[in-house]
Design a protein around this ligand. Structure first.
Ligand code: NAD
Length: 509
């Protein structure tokens, strides 16, 4: 395995031409067509080329996959294995992901258009790290004994739920799958993974690699298909004990409804965001803040749930900050995702590109000032590219400040006091992440506590570690991915109460 990204575009283009595209669902240890034979076009946003026809799973496939996953769970072949044995399998899976790093990176980039450097150095290694982390963790977490009186022992166990449906989006396909499958499998559940229809490829390979690593057949099923066809029947299925979802707030709400209409399955939701980065007048490093502002929105073409899509900047430092922000942004150009020099790639598909362009129109129409970008970019015939775009003179009531664009569009908003900044930062339905740039430690603490978000960074943006939890407040969802806390949501607590017969004082056996 190469430790750093291969620098030649020709290497990746050759791999892109040669890589085998997985096209079928992965059920009970084997690749299978969708029942009824339906398929959908898997289109590469790099050039609009159809990569393959992929199985379009529907309700019949969901029934089959859930039945297999449930049978595997009930058999105990995984759910009752010792934590140490589960750990060994997950560590082998992490190692296999590392061994297949180039293949998985090229599939990810072909499928969703992100730069190959990001796929190779971010997505795939972090997916492997996540599986490794949960493998390593699971033989180190203890159950509890409650502090009852001497006439009883109450043992508190964490038990796996059963079949967990993991429904994930297209922006970090393998990484999101790993965030769900890692802790769900570590705790002994069976998992039915539904990747987004825009990016099914690495999920299918994950299923195959898991079996190669020793995961029993049926414990991880993978169903490519769209939301209404495959996601909905999973949400409504009476034998699915939990849905762990990452995606839009709109679809997150549907899963709550599906749960209410079916078996009251548990639901964990990682949804959208409209994250503010607040630049205070006592920011100690405006250059770092400007760089974080640019990359906070332009990394992954802005297709990031916690993208820093609102910059709140104090009047006193506004001019200097904007000058630095525009200078950094001028260096970020859309390019060929298969070229390792490219840092900004293609939008995932035509639909998403059109959606982002319509938000750019709304920014212009509602009176924001376009400072840079605002147009489609020409990179490759048939591909879907947009220029990094910055609007200034935005008010928080404009559509581009309120709705999640999920693209490379930054809204800059002025403020004049700390209180104003907190009010505007919190004036959103979302609460995923935020950042505060200040040298004043009192202010940093005060604002970090006042902003309603699941993660607040101080003097940095989008920093993280698998050991630190991630997830939102408000309509950004509930439940946490990453860290040991993620294990909690894939288990139920069981108390086993044992009454003890009091022995007579002085009696001995
Ligand atoms: P989406 O909500 O459209 O789709 C997410 C998943 O839900 C996909 O697998 C899709 O097929 C499925 N789905 C769609 N409609 C469905 C329906 N009617 N019933 C059941 N399932 C359905 O989101 P997307 O466009 O794939 O991804 C972008 C969204 O994901 C953004 O809103 C982004 O903020 C969010 N996201 C959140 C996080 C986080 O951790 N909070 C991380 C990444 C992405």
């Amino acid at each position: 395995m190469a430790a750093t990204v291969t620098t030649s575009a020709s290497h990746w283009k050759k791999l892109a031409a040669e890589v085998e595209i997985p096209t079928r669902a992965f059920i009970d240890g084997g690749l299978v067509e969708a029942q009824g034979g339906g398929t959908f076009d898997c289109v590469s946003p790099i050039d609009g080329r159809i990569l393959a026809q992929v199985a379009a799973c529907g309700a019949a496939d969901v029934n089959r996959a859930v039945a297999g996953a449930r049978a595997a769970f009930d058999s105990g072949i995984w759910s009752r294995r010792s934590p140490k044995q589960r750990k060994a399998v997950l560590l082998r899976l992490a190692a296999l992901i590392d061994q297949h790093r180039e293949e998985l990176a090229i599939l990810e980039t072909l499928d969703m258009g992100k730069p190959i450097t990001d796929s190779f150095t971010v997505d795939i290694p972090l997916a492997s790290e996540c599986i490794q982390y949960y493998g390593e963790s699971i033989d180190k977490v203890y159950d509890e004994i409650a502090p009852t009186g001497p006439d009883a022992v109450s043992m508190i166990y964490r038990e796996p739920l059963g079949v967990v449906a993991a429904v994930v989006p297209w922006n970090f396909p393998l990484m999101m799958a790993a965030w769900k499958a890692g802790p769900a499998l570590a705790t002994g559940n069976s998992v039915v993974l539904k990747p987004a229809e825009q990016s099914p490829l690495t999920a299918i390979r994950l299923g195959q690699l898991a079996v190669e690593a020793g995961l029993p057949e049926g414990v991880l099923q993978v169903l490519p298909g769209d939301g209404p066809g495959a996601g909905r029947p999973l949400g409504l299925h009476p034998d699915v004990a939990m849905v762990t979802f990452t995606g839009s707030t709109e679809v997150g709400k549907l899963f709550l409804r599906y749960a209410g209409e079916s078996n009251m399955k548990r639901v964990a939701l990682e949804c959208g965001g409209k994250s503010p980065q607040v630049i205070l007048p006592d920011c100690g490093d405006l250059e770092a803040a400007a760089s974080a502002a640019a990359w906070g929105i332009f990394f992954n073409q802005g297709e990031v749930c916690n993208a820093g899509s609102r910059i709140l900047v104090h009047h006193d430092v506004k001019e200097e900050f904007m000058e630095r922000l525009l200078r950094t942004t001028a260096e970020i150009r859309p390019g060929d995702p298969l070229d390792p020099g490219t840092r900004f790639g293609a939008m995932v598909d035509k639909t998403q590109m059109d959606r982002v362009m319509s938000y750019i129109d709304s920014g212009r129409d509602e009176g924001a000032e376009l400072r840079v970008g605002g147009a489609a970019a020409e990179v490759a015939d048939g591909g879907f590219y947009i220029e990094p775009t910055i609007f200034d003179k935005v008010t928080n009531s404009m559509t581009i400040a309120r709705e999640e664009i999920f693209g490379p569009v930054l809204a800059t908003i002025d403020f004049s006091s700390e209180e104003d900044a907190v009010t505007v930062a919190n004036d959103t339905i979302y609460g995923l992440t935020a950042s505060v740039w200040t040298e004043n430690i009192d202010r940093a603490h005060r604002m970090a506590r006042a902003i309603r978000a699941g993660v607040v960074w101080v003097n940095t943006f989008d920093a993280g570690d698998i050991a630190s939890p991630f997830g939102g407040f408000k309509e950004s969802g509930f439940g946490r991915d990453k860290s040991l806390h993620a294990l909690e949501k894939y288990t139920d607590l069981k108390a086993v109460w044992i009454g003890l017969r009091a022995s007579a004082p002085g009696a001995s056996a």
